[in-house]
Each structure stands twice: as structure tokens, then as C-alpha cells.
Design a protein around this ligand. Structure first.
Ligand code: OSB
Ligand code: MG
Length: 370
């Protein structure tokens, strides 16, 4: 790779158009970092951190990301020669965990590498698709009527499948109403770890609704009980929170804990690890889709590039920018038509930063000269 001369850490604060509710709470404000890696030829690569303000999804937060990036990861990049972005994954393995922090920096280096080569990020990753299928993830709504209206609206936008959030008490009746109103729509449910094996009788009832899958029904750290549950229900289990690495995926597949894996770049520590998990799933016939973290445009662009890999055979959660933001930070914004996103063909992530919007949302900027 052409050497890096500078890394900028832009800290942004954005507000979601609509609050997003899951089994563990409601989210509206999104603070995050855009990592900008600049090489000696003035190419610019961008990555986005996806940790939230509080540690309910994983243990990472915006603040832990800042700490790990500024106090550890930047030094590792500065002190080593990187010949390929895959090297970053190895170099960062000297730091435990903190995968979202690592993914943000690694993502900027992947984008920079693709731009140095004059190829798209999708090509750099070995992607093959020119358009990708997308679905929509709908948070828990105040009433079933609100939910039915939202589903109706999103289906009119063309999204290929609907993901609903469920939690104890907001599950069977809700799915019953949704299935009645939308008998043929591809529907899945995401529990974000809200159930235990004590709920097995309730979880068996999910089989009545012909769901594409149930995402992360049980504890984030329990692939054994997911394997037990999968033996009891026909609905395919998809793991999200439980999979942080290739090793986690290998163990879950071997145990039979899931039939599907949701890959999120941040949760698994970057694109290199995401690609390894993808390849493992391909070898084992495990279906894969790309999850979302309510990203702004840069993160969205990375998800799109990753989804061009062949085993991403189910619609992902990377919906159009307009679903999340009054104004995204990239131009053009991500648009989905008929449930399809056209993969951009410009080098790297394929979208430009909208600097006016970036400035509007920026809280501060830290520069690291190399
Ligand atoms: O579990 O996939 C999840 C959002 C925040 C945290 C966790 C999850 C989600 C989503 C929405 O389901 C994904 C998106 O639209 O970006
Ligand atoms: Mg999930």
C-alpha cells in the first residue's frame, strides 16, 4: 500500500428521524466517528464506528471506541508497514476485543487501498454483484396498528422482507396480526436476546407464522442453548449478538446453533473477518445476510460493498438513507428502489463525503500526523 501520512478522527452527532426501539431500549441519538485515512498521494479512505452511546448491544460504546482508537490503534498503524488491508486484522489482534473500534480504522484502510488501486471496495473484497437485495428492520411500535401501517408503507417502498422486533409480551399476538394482514410477505423476527429456554413452548409457536428466521432469541453468549432450541423449533435460528469472529461462527455451525448468520462488520472487527466468516458459511451452506447498526452513509457504503460477496443470499438491513436521516453525510445518498441497491462503480466506497453535512454534524476533529 501507498504509505499513510495522516489520520483524522471526525466525531459526529446525528439524530435519527424516528426513535428505534428494541427489546433492550430505545435509541434516537447517534454519536460516532468517521475515520479518514490520507496517503502521501492524497487519496482519502473512510471508515465509520458503529458503537452506540450505551453498551446494550455489545460492551463497546462511543467513548470506548475513542479510547481504543486514539490510545492504541492509531499507534499500531503508525508503527507498522501495511502492504494489504488484511494485515490490519493481524496487527490489531494484539488488542483484545474492541471490534467496533478496530473495524472503523480497518474500514478506512480498506477504502484507501481500493482507491489506491482504482477499484471499487466491492471488487477489492472479491464481490461479484452489481446490485443487492435489501429489507427493512422495523423497531417496536407503540401499537399493533402503528406497526401494520409502517409495514404497509415500507412494502410500498419495495423492501424485500420485513424484520420485526419482538420481546416477551410483544410477540405471538403481534406476529399473528401481522401474518393475518400480510399473508405472503417474507417476515422475520429479531428478539435481541430477550428469551431463555424457559420460553421454549412460546418459541415453538413461532413455527405457525412461517417466518424466514428468528434472530438471536437467546442470550448473547449462549450458543449451547441456541443449539438446543434449534432442535425444538422448525423456524431457522439466525445468530447476531453471538457471533464476534470466525471462531465463534465455526463453533456455532459445528454445534448446530443456527442455520443463518447475520454478519455485521463492526461486531466482527472489520471487513477481513467478515469475509472470513462469509467464506466459512459458504463452505458450510449456511445462509448469510448483512446486518445494520443504524449507520450513516459511510457505514452503509461498507455494508453495500460487503454484501456483493456471493453468500449474502438473503436481503440485508441496509435500507436507504432516507429511512434514517434528514440528511446523510454522503453524496449521493444510498437509495433503494424495489428493494434493490445499485452498487456504485466509483473507486473505494463509491460515494463522496458531503462536507457541508459532515460539518453540520461534527462535534470535533482530532488529527494524527504520521
Ligand atoms: O439487532 O440487528 C439488530 C439496530 C441497532 C442495534 C441492533 C440491531 C438493529 C437493527 C436495525 O435491527 C438495523 C438497521 O436498520 O441498521
Ligand atoms: Mg439483531
Amino acid at each position: 500500500m501507498i504509505p499513510i501520512k495522516k489520520i483524522n478522527l471526525h466525531k459526529l452527532s446525528m439524530k435519527l428521524k424516528n426513535p428505534f426501539s428494541t427489546s433492550f431500549g430505545t435509541l434516537q441519538n447517534k454519536d460516532f466517528f468517521i475515520i479518514e485515512a490520507i496517503d502521501v498521494n492524497n487519496n482519502h479512505g473512510y471508515g465509520e464506528s458503529v458503537a452506540f452511546l450505551s453498551p446494550w448491544y455489545t460492551e463497546e460504546t462511543v467513548q470506548t471506541n475513542e479510547h481504543i482508537i486514539t490510545d492504541f490503534l492509531i499507534d499500531i498503524i503508525r508503527e507498522n508497514n501495511i502492504s494489504h488491508p488484511d494485515d490490519v486484522n493481524k496487527l490489531f489482534s494484539s488488542i483484545r476485543g474492541n471490534r467496533m473500534a478496530k473495524a472503523a480504522v480497518e474500514g478506512a484502510i480498506w477504502d484507501l487501498y481500493a482507491k489506491q488501486k482504482g477499484i471499487t471496495l466491492a471488487e477489492a473484497l472479491g464481490g461479484i454483484k452489481t446490485e443487492i437485495d435489501v429489507g427493512i428492520s422495523i423497531g417496536i411500535q407503540p401499537t399493533i396498528e402503528d406497526l401494520l401501517n409502517t409495514i404497509h408503507y415500507q412494502l410500498k417502498q419495495g423492501y424485500k422482507r420485513v424484520k420485526l422486533k419482538i420481546k416477551p409480551g410483544v410477540d405471538i399476538e403481534l406476529l399473528h396480526e401481522v401474518r393475518k394482514a400480510f399473508p405472503d410477505t417474507p417476515i422475520m423476527a429479531d428478539a435481541n436476546s430477550a428469551y431463555t429456554l424457559n420460553n421454549v413452548e412460546l418459541l415453538k409457536q413461532l413455527d405457525d407464522f412461517d417466518l424466514m428466521m428468528i434472530e438471536q432469541p437467546l442470550a448473547h453468549d449462549d450458543i449451547i442453548n441456541h443449539a438446543k432450541l434449534q432442535k425444538e423449533i422448525n423456524t431457522p435460528i439466525c445468530l447476531d449478538e453471538s457471533i464476534h469472529s470466525y471462531e465463534d461462527a465455526r463453533k456455532a455451525i459445528e454445534l448446530g446453533s443456527c442455520k443463518i448468520i447475520n454478519i455485521k462488520i463492526g461486531r466482527v472487527g472489520g471487513l477481513t473477518e467478515a469475509k472470513r466468516i462469509h467464506d466459512l458459511c459458504r463452505e458450510n451452506d449456511v445462509a448469510v445476510w448483512c446486518g445494520g447498526m443504524l449507520e450513516a452513509g459511510v457505514g452503509r457504503a461498507h455494508n453495500i460493498a460487503l454484501t456483493t460477496l456471493p453468500q449474502f443470499n438473503l436481503p440485508g438491513d441496509t435500507a436507504g438513507s432516507v429511512h434514517y436521516w434528514e440528511q446523510d453525510i454522503i453524496t449521493p445518498e444510498v437509495t433503494a428502489n424495489d428493494g434493490l441497491i445499485h452498487v456504485p462503480d466509483k473507486p473505494g466506497i463509491g460515494y463522496d463525503i458531503d462536507w457541508k453535512a459532515m460539518k453540520h454534524y461534527t462535534i470535533n476533529k482530532i488529527t494524527f500526523d504520521f
